[in-house]
Design a binder for this molecule. Structure first.
Ligand code: NAD
Length: 351
């Protein structure tokens, strides 16, 4: 059973998702490396790309299979899909293009154009990969999804799934809403959360922690100008793992380093006290292909949204959001979120 998916923002994350899904489809002997082989009866292979939107002149009016390799995208190339027959369409620009960013020539469309494209392509689920800081644009695409009757996955940090306003609007239309800000398969956030949670469970007193991230993608160029939302979602995610403990946390993307390309390097430090007030220090480095690291979880989110559509469930999906996103409506530790998602898949909880 195909799951008809649209993409907003044909950047690096979209590139990794499209390459990965198409690679697994064209190589049935390869087993997708994801947490859930099947969600309901859906496998990653069931995802079909039906529409895509961007505003960068290098990507608009181009087949999605080629648009994902246009500059400034620099996600690692693992698989070159054949033409997909999905032409990238322009959408509203609004705050999507910051001054000094890497997009220099834009092509603009309207919310109405997006609604028409979603309807004419029978898109069921829209994944929002806009740059961090593009809050107005994110809301414009959420509005388009509502008007077209399409579920919405907010893979970036603008508050949509965590906004009461959008929760209510999607609940009224009985459309699934997931977000905010993808939590990567093994990203800095999920690793940092797990460490802080472990220390809290073992009764360790956390004094302070930092996480600094460097990378060489266009996302990092953008984050150098507009890091506020990202700092908020990452910090909230980590602090929620030690509820009741007061400690300093500094969590931020700190540098764009061009030669790193699609690699992201995260340095994490936790300083704490054990029994007797003696010091303990944990120092971790994670080095990973950033865009690819986000794709597995989005394949889960898409299939969870489809399951909700099949079951007629609308509004914010609590378990799926806690599993796949840094700033969900309800924060859970990775193991709690896993259990909640399994219960949702098995029909033991309704959202
Ligand atoms: N691992 C990860 O890379 C990761 C993890 C979690 C969250 N995210 C978030 O996902 C989002 C996408 O990340 P990315 O690395 O793909 O970024 P990117 O900069 O490579 O891609 C963003 C795309 O959005 C397009 N765009 C800008 N304004 C637009 C508009 N108004 N309408 C349509 N398209 C528009 C750009 O032209 C570009 O193609 C970011 O907000 C990022 O913070 C990324």
């Amino acid at each position: 059973m195909p799951i008809r998916v649209g993409i907003v923002g044909v950047g690096n994350c979209a590139s990794a998702l499209v390459q990965g899904i198409e690679m697994y489809k064209h190589n049935p002997n390869l087993e997708p490396i994801v947490a859930f082989r099947e969600i309901g009866r859906y496998r990653p292979h069931d995802i079909v790309f039906t529409s895509a939107f961007d505003i960068d002149a290098r990507k608009v009016h181009v087949d999605l299979a080629d648009a994902i390799f246009q500059p400034p995208n620099n996600a690692t190339v693992v698989f070159k899909p054949p033409k997909l027959g999905v032409i990238v369409r322009p959408g509203p620009v609004l705050d999507g293009v910051p001054e000094g960013g890497l997009v220099t020539k834009v092509v603009e469309g309207s919310v109405e154009d997006v609604v028409k494209e979603l309807n004419s392509t029978n898109t069921e689920i829209l994944v929002n990969y806009l740059p961090t800081g593009a809050k107005k644009a994110a809301e414009a695409y959420a509005e388009a999804a509502l008007r077209a009757g399409v579920a919405f996955i907010n893979a970036m940090p603008a508050p949509v799934a965590t906004s009461e306003y959008w929760q209510k609007r999607f609940a009224e239309r009985n459309l699934p809403l997931l977000g905010d800000d993808t939590q990567n398969q093994i990203g800095a956030t999920v690793l940092h959360k797990t460490l802080v949670r472990l220390l809290a469970l073992r009764g360790v007193k956390i004094k302070h922690t930092y996480q600094i991230n460097v990378g060489g993608t266009p996302d990092f160029v953008n984050l150098m100008y507009r890091r506020g939302d990202k700092e908020k979602t990452k910090t909230a995610a980590v602090k929620m793992m030690a509820v009741g403990q007061e400690f300093d946390a500094y969590i931020s993307p700190v540098a764009y380093i061009e030669f790193l390309g699609d690699r992201k390097i995260a340095h994490m430090l936790i300083e704490a006290e054990i029994f007797g007030g003696l010091p303990i220090r944990i120092d971790v480095t994670l080095d990973v292909h950033d865009a690819w690291n986000s794709a597995a979880v989005v394949t889960d989110a898409i299939r969870l949204a489809k399951l909700a559509l099949d079951r007629g469930i609308g509004g914010p999906l609590i378990s799926a959001s806690a599993w796949g996103f840094k700033n969900p409506p309800v924060h859970m530790s990775p193991d709690e979120a896993y259990r909640a998602v399994v219960e949702f898949i098995e029909g033991k909880r309704d959202r």
